[in-house]
Write a protein that binds this ligand. Structure first.
Ligand code: PGA
Length: 257
């Protein structure tokens, strides 16, 4: 359990997985497990857009947030294929992932667009989860902290953060995502502490101490407790292991242990 007073945040990023039936079943299992505990971490699921309405009723009414994996920074207009925050709000979404590495690197999403999305999300008082992290090459050349700082400054400099509880930073080393390789708890803690130091310089100490910095990259029941026992690791963003209700709820439990 994190040693701070920050409420842990656990997100399940389903990515482009699940059929309609699987999505309903997974949401029901996770919602049931979340409802069993009165106190604990903030928990969110990020299904594919097309299942948001499908699982909305299952997720609603319990301590489980419904999230979107991406959004448009624009309000509306000729943006084929994009989905606006108004549309997501109508679907019951209250949290959005921004700058996930599969979009940042895989789809070459530019820093300015990531910054615009985060600004739009926070501007609507939704919870924004800003994903940052270094590639393997960057890690091997010792650039981890520099890359994280560049990505943070690009998204946060000049941004008005009224409620630090609604900004979550997900540190996700790219080489650890979906690979089964996890950063050691010491390495992850070092990166998280460096991120918090950058947050102090951008947003001030009070905000920096209140913002949750969560770890992502092959987090699973076997390593979750050790990672989240680190003082600056305030939860996790879970990909593969969020697709099995049993594994995901075990990670949620590790955050409240
Ligand atoms: P993973 O994905 O847990 O499958 O590594 C994490 C993420 O991409 O958010």
């Amino acid at each position: 359990m994190p040693t701070s007073t920050r409420t842990p945040f656990i997100g399940g990023n389903w990515k482009m997985n699940t059929t309609r039936g699987q999505a309903l079943e997974l949401a029901a299992d996770v919602a049931r497990a979340a409802a069993e505990k009165a106190v604990g971490p903030q928990v969110a699921v990020y299904p594919p857009y097309v299942w948001l309405e499908t699982i909305r009723a299952t997720v609603g009414g319990v301590s489980l947030m419904l999230g979107a994996q991406d959004c448009s920074p624009e309000a509306n207009g000729a943006f084929t294929g994009d989905v606006s925050l108004d549309m997501l709000t109508e679907c019951g979404v209250s949290t959005v992932l921004v700058g996930h590495s599969e979009r940042r690197h895989g789809l070459r999403e530019p820093e300015e667009r990531i910054a615009a999305k985060l600004k739009a999300v926070l501007g609507r008082s939704m919870t924004g989860v800003l994903c940052i992290g270094e590639t393997l090459d960057e890690r091997e050349t010792g650039a981890t902290d520099t890359v994280n700082e560049m990505q943070l400054r690009s998204a946060l400099d000049g941004l008005k953060v009224r409620d630090p509880g609604k900004l979550v930073i997900a540190y996700e080393p790219v080489w650890a995502i979906g690979t089964g390789k996890t950063a050691s708890s010491d390495d992850a803690q070092a990166a998280h502490a460096a991120i918090r130091t950058v947050l102090v310089s951008i947003l001030g100490d009070a905000h920096a101490q209140a913002i949750r910095i969560i770890y992502g990259g092959s987090m699973k029941p076997a390593n979750a407790a050790e990672l989240m026992a680190q003082p600056d690791i305030d939860g996790g963003l879970i990909g593969g292991a969020s697709l099995k209700a049993e594994d995901f709820t075990a990670i949620v439990d590790a955050a409240r242990a």
